[in-house]
Design a protein around this ligand. Sequence first.
Ligand code: SF4
Length: 280
Amino acid sequence: MARGMTPRQPAKTGRHEGARVQRQALLKPVSKGRGGQTRASVATRAPKQKAAGKGYDPLAPARVTDILGRLDKAYPDVTCALHHTSAWELVVATILSAQCTDVRVNMVTPILFKKYPTVQDFARLKPEQLEPDIRTTGFFRNKAKSVVGAAKKVVEDFGGQVPDEMDQLLTLPGVARKTANVVLGTWFKKNVGVVVDTHVTRISNRLELSSGTDARKIEQDLMKVIPQAKWTLFSHQIIWHGRKICIARKPKCVECPLENICHAGDKTWSTVEVHTRARV
Ligand code: SF4
């Protein structure tokens, strides 16, 4: 190099040739998926993507078994994150968990159950008396009505014992299938259905196990492909997966144990073809 000449430095703006080539390599287009999905760019460090293959069936038993095996490995001992020591406490905690984090519910319930130790204590309350104790969980007026109403029903119609049958549980105010499935699966160890919450809804769509948005439809779809013995465990595993990795806004696909069998339309990183419809 001639004396006095300094080597050319890359522009700070990143507009030099090298940067452009590098950026283009990182913005790899997503290949065309089933159902005529359009091409889209994934603004991530994209590796080579494998096509899903001819005759790809997201519900194929081998694929579902693979998903379940990977979940078992990643989340072997997961259970319900809501703290409880009885079926009644679990009913209350699950009602309070609507539109609220489990962490928040777990902060509220120890004080609540110390103040009102039995279902009979709750049944004697007026909803207004309960409201201040559960205010921080949100929607506290409706939740107070549901909890007190459920307590009265359990005391008056079920001898103070939370019933262990789906149709009876559904007669309790504030208890829909999701709550009933949590109580039946977690406390009574009965696999009567699959718990469908926001995480299960999102991830079932991403994994193409259901294309529904309605909880009942998603539950029916999942019950067709997941073995009954796994219904409760699967729900808990997916809920944990949704909290830790497959989060709503920016799923951590690069860390995900399901990555190379997931074709979700909103993946942030993919080694496989992406199906743009595979999302909620
Ligand atoms: S690869 Fe991504 S989108 Fe698919 S399940 Fe894992 S975190 Fe979710």
